[in-house]
Design a binder for this molecule. Structure first.
Ligand SMILES: Nc1ncnc2c1ncn2[C@@H]1O[C@H](COP(=O)(O)OP(=O)(O)OP(=O)(O)O)[C@@H](O)[C@H]1O
Ligand SMILES: [Mg+2]
Length: 671
């Protein structure tokens, strides 16, 4: 985690950080070590000074004791003192001694006789009036010695005072001890203060019970501290919550008494110094750290800056693909080498990129060429496909046309053949009927003549006449012949219509009466119309129409056939749901319209055409009729023929209501 965060830092920070870390660690260790070393050195020095101070104090106390010894000896050897003692002249003694007490700043002067009885005792007010435990020194003096001692002065309320005493025997001229003299100085605050060399030093005097007798340090209690042994060098002690360097000095007394003086040197000054030192050191540390950070940062930037410039150039070159960029080479060191290498790398990449670009362009060109070729091929294929489709369509059309032509031509041939075959016999019959009628009329006239000339025929003739009903025959025969003439006339008309319809001999354009064509067609289809379908003709007077008559007849045949089919489907099919009250009807309406054109409308009230089929009815082979009944070519042929005649054909139909087909034709065909 730490390593990950470190690796995310900028290079300059990553360079500077370890150094700063090491520097600060060393600085902290150095500061702490130095502070500790300094403190212990100072303490050591203080201990030395305390030790020497203690030695000086001891020396001074010894000196004081020796002085006391000298002084007491001098006083004891004074003649006036001896004389006054011998004479037991206390007044004189007092005079002498008071002056000494004052001069020598003594706190105690005591004179005893040779039995130890007190002759005179002078005590300064600061000295307690209680018993002085100086038996040993007095007795030694009376024994002729000059003892120096530390003696207790038992105060009231158990308090004690310590007095440094010097004692000497007072001898007569004969060198006989006649008494003794004792002088002393009280070990009090003033004395101790006079021994102290510095302000932060304190002295505590204790007696043999280790009880504090006097102290320059206020608020010292006995319980709170442990007196350092006199044999050991100065040590650090804690006293009333403060640290001191302490050294004990031991001055023995003659009896069980002793004086222990403890020299204390306060560590407050040292502590202050150390604190000040710490402050200085930390200040130095902070300033040093700041300077080091600045210098380190400068160095790091100095190292990372050029690297960063090189890196930025590399980044920009890769991101923007700009290989004209070059890193500045400002140094001869590793960064300079790096920049030079990067520059040559960029140049190499630029060269490769250019080559690649060239290759890509070539490739693109090739792909473009290939695509172009493919498109061309595709276009050619499409063209070929279109041509093929057109050819297929043409083929289909030709095929359909062939079928229809064949159908019509065979139908026409047949019709023409039949008409031709019938034409001669029927012409002969028709032509001879007049003669036959004439002959029969003449024969009947002859019979009448016979009946008039011979009114009484024979019985056989009479019977035969009755049997054949001659009168009836003679009345009916002319009628039969007239009817036969009419029949043959009708046959002749039919034959003419058939010939008219087929018009095999008339493949050329011709101006015809269109109504004749329609009538011929109706005649042909008469067998399908019979009595069941009413044909209503609404013919306007029309001029002759320039057309291919046979082809137009074919159109009318197909349209009227479709109308009959639709009527059969609607009226004569059992499944039909058409209202039976309406009669099946075909209405043929012709009229002239603007633009030298005529309209032929053929309307039936048949089944109608489903809307979904209305777009397809002109397609070749589209039929809704059952197999074998419709080929689906009728309307397609009509369309082709009407197109050829520069006309148009339209179908309007309502399912279940009926259909109207409108054919519009120009009167004259344009070339
Ligand atoms: N008058 C009409 N009433 C209803 N439907 C019609 C009418 N005329 C044409 N149709 C519809 O149009 C279709 C196509 O007619 P088209 O004459 O081309 O072919 P067809 O009559 O089916 O067969 P054919 O080749 O024998 O004429 C018919 O099958 C029929 O469904
Ligand atoms: Mg048809």
């Amino acid at each position: 985690m730490l390593q990950a965060s470190y690796s995310k830092l900028p290079l300059s920070q990553r360079i500077i950080m370890p150094f700063m870390l090491v520097f600060f660690s060393i600085m902290v260790i150095a500061v702490i070590s130095f502070a500790f070393w300094f403190t212990s050195a100072m303490e050591y020095q203080m201990k030395n000074s305390v030790a020497s101070g203690a030695a000086v104090i001891l020396q001074e106390l010894q000196t004081k004791k020796q002085h006391l010894g000298s002084w007491v000896q001098l006083i004891a050897e004074r003649n006036d003192v001896r004389t006054a003692l011998e004479q037991k002249n206390t007044q004189t003694l007092l005079k002498i001694l008071v002056s000494h007490e004052t001069n020598l700043k003594l706190d105690l002067i005591k004179v005893v006789n040779k039995n130890g009885g007190v002759v005179l005792e002078l005590r300064q007010p600061k000295l307690d009036k209680s018993n002085l435990e100086d038996r040993t020194s007095i007795s030694q003096a009376l024994a002729g010695m000059y003892p120096l001692d530390v003696v207790n002065l038992q105060k009231q309320r158990g308090q004690k005072q310590l007095v440094l005493v010097g004692t000497a025997p007072i001898k007569s001229n004969e060198e006989e001890v006649i008494g003794g003299i004792e002088i002393g100085i009280l070990i009090n605050n003033e004395l101790l203060k006079s021994l102290i060399a510095a302000e932060d030093e304190y002295l505590i005097a204790l007696n043999e019970d280790k009880t504090v007798v006097v102290s320059t340090l206020t608020a010292v209690t006995n319980q709170n501290w442990q007196l350092p042994p006199t044999t050991i060098p100065p040590i650090r002690i804690l006293l009333t919550n403060r640290h001191y360097i302490a050294k004990s000095i031991f001055i023995p007394g003659l009896s069980n008494t002793s004086l222990t003086i403890v020299l204390l040197k306060s560590l407050i000054a040292l502590n202050h110094t150390v604190q000040y030192l710490w402050l200085r050191l930390w200040g130095f540390f902070v300033v040093g750290g700041f300077i080091c950070t600045l210098v380190g940062k400068n160095i790091a930037l100095n190292i990372s800056g050029p690297l960063l410039t090189v890196a930025r150039v590399a980044q920009k070159a890769t991101q923007e693909g700009n290989f004209d960029l070059q890193a500045p080479v400002t140094r001869n060191d590793e960064v300079g080498i790096l920049a030079t290498s990067l520059n040559s790398l960029i140049r190499r990449v630029a060269e490769y990129t250019q080559e690649l670009e060239q290759a890509r362009t070539t490739l693109e060109k090739r792909v473009e060429e290939r695509t172009h070729q493919l498109l061309q091929k595709n276009q050619e294929l499409n063209l070929a496909y279109d041509q093929l489709s057109y050819a297929i369509q043409e083929l289909q059309q030709t095929q359909a046309q062939l079928i229809q032509t064949e159908k019509m031509s065979s139908l026409g041939n047949m019709v023409a053949g039949v008409a031709h075959e019938i034409n001669n016999p029927i012409s002969s019959i028709y032509g001879n009927i007049s003669y036959a009628k004439e002959y029969i009329e003449e024969l009947l006239e002859l019979l009448n003549l016979y009946r008039n000339e011979y009114p009484q025929p024979t019985t056989a003739i009479q019977n035969h006449l009755e049997q054949i009903e001659l009168d009836y025959i003679s009345q009916d025969l002319p009628k039969i012949l007239t009817s036969m003439k009419m029949g043959s006339q009708r046959i002749r008309e039919i034959v003419l219509s058939l010939r008219n319809f087929s018009r095999l001999d008339e493949s050329e354009k011709k101006a015809v009466n269109i109504h004749e064509g329609i009538d011929s067609t109706l005649l042909i289809l008469n067998h399908r119309l019979k009595e069941r379908i009413q044909v209503v003709k609404e013919y306007e007077i029309l001029p002759l129409i320039e057309c291919y008559p046979a082809q137009l007849n074919q159109v009318f045949l197909n349209l009227i056939s479709n109308a009959i089919d639709a009527l059969e489907e609607a009226f004569f099919n059992k499944l039909s749901s058409v209202d039976n009250k309406v009669n099946p009807q075909i209405l043929i309406h012709t009229n002239k319209v603007a633009g030298n054109r005529i309209d032929v409308r053929i309307t039936d009230n048949g089944c109608g055409i489903e809307p979904k089929n209305q777009d397809k009815i002109f397609d070749p082979f589209f039929t809704t009729k059952e197999v074998g009944k419709g080929t689906g070519l009728g309307l397609w042929i009509c369309y082709q023929i009407i197109q050829k005649h520069q006309g148009k054909i339209e179908v309007n139909s309502l399912l279940g209501e009926g259909t109207t087909v409108t054919v519009t034709l120009p009167l004259v065909q344009k070339a």
